[in-house]
Every structure is written in C-alpha cells, then in structure tokens.
Design a protein around this ligand. Structure first.
Ligand SMILES: *[C@@H]1O[C@H](CO)[C@@H](O)[C@H](O)[C@H]1NC(C)=O
Length: 383
C-alpha cells in the first residue's frame, strides 16, 4: 500500500513537469509566430512605389471581368464597359490593395493612403494618356523611380549603355531609381568601366553561346591564362610545375622535396597544389605511411612482429598463451608414453584422445600460422 502511494506521487509529479514544459514551449511558439508576422522590411521609395502599383495592377486584373453574371450578352457587355472605368471598380481595387504584400504591407498601406488622390486622378483622368500606372505615379508624379536603365535624380541614361548596359556582364548602379551613380557593377570575373575586360585569373572564352565571356583560369595557373585547363597557364601556381605535354601539373612534394618536408614522427601526403604532414601511428617511431604496418621503427613499448608493431604487453601475453599450449601438448604426450610402457592397449586409446584433443584445440585457435612458433622462439631468444 505504502509503495503504491509513493509511486502515485512520483507519477503525478512527472506528469506535472511534462505538462509545464509543453505550456512553455507552446508559449514560445506563439511568441515567435507573432514576431515573425510583425517582421516587416522597409523598402526604398522606388521599390515601395513599385510594390503599390503592382498591387494596383493585380487588382485591375482581378476585376477585369467584372462581377455581373447572367442576363443577355449584349446587355452584359455594355454593363461591363461601364464598370471598367467606374468608381465601383476603383473602390473594389482599393479595398484589397496591399493585402497580398506580406513583407511590406504596412508600408504599402500607408503609401496607398498617402497617394489616394493621385491614384484617383490616374483612374479618372490619365488612364488613357498614361496606360502604365507605374510610369504615371512612380516616375512622373512622385519622381522616386526612373525608366529602365536610367539612374539618378534626373533619370540619366546608364553610363554603361542603354540597350545592353555593362555589356551584359554587370549592373548599372541605381538603374530604374532616382539613386546611384550609373556606373557598372561588374559580375565576378569582369572589370573595366563597361565590364568589357576579363579580370586577372580569367580568360576570354568565345566558344560558348554568348559572344564572349570571362571564365576562371585553371587552378594550376598563377595570374593570366590563355585558355581553359592547365595547358592554358602563362605561369604555374605554387605547388605546380610545367610539363611540355601536360602544362602545369601538381608536383609531388613528398618525393621531390629535399630535404624531406615532414619532421620525424609524421609522414607526407601529397595533395593537389601542396602536401600535408600527418602524425604516424602511435605504435611507430617514424613511419613511411599510415597505420602500424608502415613503421620505420617500433615506438617504445611496442615490439615488431611481422608485419606490424604491436604493444609489447599484448605480444608477451600471446607468447605466454602459446608456450602454455605447447607445454600442455608435450605433457599429454609424455603421459601417453609413460602409460604406453605399462599397457599398449590403454595407451593407444588415450593416444587417440590426445590426438583428437590437440587437433580440436589447434582448430579452434583459428588461423594457424606455421611460422608463429618459430618466430615466438626466435623473439624469446632475442629477449
Ligand atoms: C573577347 O574576344 C572577343 C572576340 O575576339 C572580343 O570581341 C572581346 O572584346 C574580347 N573580350 C575581352 C574582355 O577581351
């Protein structure tokens, strides 16, 4: 009874803790949700105006077919024409203005209110003469944007050209806005006022679809190159050497460097363009490669046993086991021999048992290496 009671208390405490944690975690979730909803970006004036006019255009599309249904076609058509320029339609567009713009809906809403009269002016007076509301509002009236490939307060043409600014390999700074310098911001690999040159480390490739483009030189090159691949280099990068038929190829520092690049206790690994020195296995005192089978000498506390360096302690233990095994066999044989002198019959039975025993135990020892006995004896004498 007493135990049941304690058990009950522990269980209910655990349940309480779990429940509390859940409450806390849902609270966190609610917090992050509401904060992400309120997270709004503040757009630059031209971008904000573009957002507003785009939303307006979407509204026009949404209402383009009116909302009248039924009736005969002729009557409907005339109603639709009347609706197209009506105040009702404008109100319907304005009702949902900025509703879809999640990222900057507040800003969009504010500018919609601010420029309501201009939107009305366009709707009732300028729709025909200025069919593009973006052009009307953002470029002409508010003067926050410029036409395509124009920049700055007076909407000058981009310095890098009007048709294909910056040779198609960069962007005109401030294009489409009343800001910026009109200069080219070149794509990676291009340089020059009009992005008409390849940067150092890039070559002019005329083989592709584009008339020409700048492509990165092979990593075997240092500075300029004439074409793709390690043969196109003008100078080889560090860690590479020139070969007539292959161009710049990786040099194998591990073999070529003299003196040897890695200090004692490490071994050398060649990498593309360089090399690394890697720590030897802990059983080695100097090595030619990775692992206990690549030692030049065994470390202290390790003994060489073809083909590896193994821990001396382990090695001694296995040696003891082996010696004990052979001693047992020897003992059994001697015993059989002693019995043999008394009774040939019993001795032959025991002899069979001994033979089976030795066979079985050798079998279970597993991969039986014939040399291991000789080696054990050799190293024993060496000790
Ligand atoms: C690349 O080559 C083409 C064709 O020869 C040439 O018109 C273009 O100006 C060159 N571009 C560069 C960056 O040298």
């Amino acid at each position: 009874m007493k135990w049941h009671f304690t058990y009950c208390i522990i269980l209910s405490l655990a349940a309480l803790v779990v429940m509390q944690e859940e409450v806390v975690s849902t609270k966190d979730k609610v917090n992050t949700d509401s904060s992400s909803q309120k997270k709004q970006v503040l757009l630059a004036p031209c971008q904000a105006c573009r957002l507003l006019t785009n939303s307006f255009k979407k509204g026009m599309e949404r209402t383009s077919r009116g909302k009248f249904e039924g009736g005969d076609a002729l009557w409907e058509e005339s109603r639709l024409r009347a609706y197209a320029d009506s105040e009702i339609r404008l109100v319907e567009i304005q009702e949902k203005l900025c509703a879809d713009e999640e990222k900057a809906s507040d800003q969009c809403q504010r500018s919609a209110e601010e420029h309501e009269s201009l939107l009305e002016e366009w709707w009732f007076k300028s729709k025909v003469s200025h069919p593009d509301i973006f052009y009307f509002l953002c470029i002409d009236k508010l003067q926050v944007c410029c036409p395509e490939n124009h920049y700055g307060p007076d909407c000058k043409p981009c310095i890098g050209g009007l048709v294909n600014p910056c040779n198609g390999h960069g962007q005109c700074k401030g294009a489409g806005t009343r800001k910026g310098s009109g200069q080219c911001r070149c794509d990676p690999g291009y340089t020059g006022d009009f992005c008409e040159q390849c940067k150092i480390g890039y070559y002019n490739d005329t083989s592709g679809d584009a008339s020409w483009q700048c492509i990165k030189c092979d990593k075997a090159c240092k500075g300029h190159c004439r074409e793709a691949g390690p043969k196109g280099c003008e100078v080889c990068a560090d860690g590479y050497q020139y070969s007539v038929e292959l161009g710049c190829i990786d040099s194998n520092e591990c073999i070529e460097m003299s003196p040897h690049p890695c200090k004692h206790g490490t071994f050398c690994v060649n990498t593309i363009g360089s090399y690394r020195c890697v720590e030897c296995d802990k059983s080695c005192d100097g090595c030619k490669g990775d692992g206990p089978d690549m030692c030049e000498k065994c470390a202290k506390g390790y003994t060489f046993q073809e083909p590896l360096c193994i821990e001396t302690k382990t090695w001694q233990r296995s040696l003891h086991v082996e010696v004990a095994r052979y001693a047992t066999y020897l003992g059994l044989c001697i015993a059989t021999f002693i019995i043999f002198r008394r009774s040939i019959f019993i001795a032959s039975i025991i002899g069979v048992f001994v033979a089976v025993y030795i066979g079985l135990s050798e079998y279970t020892v597993g991969e039986w290496d014939k040399r291991s006995l000789i080696k054990s004896v050799k190293s024993l004498t060496a000790l």
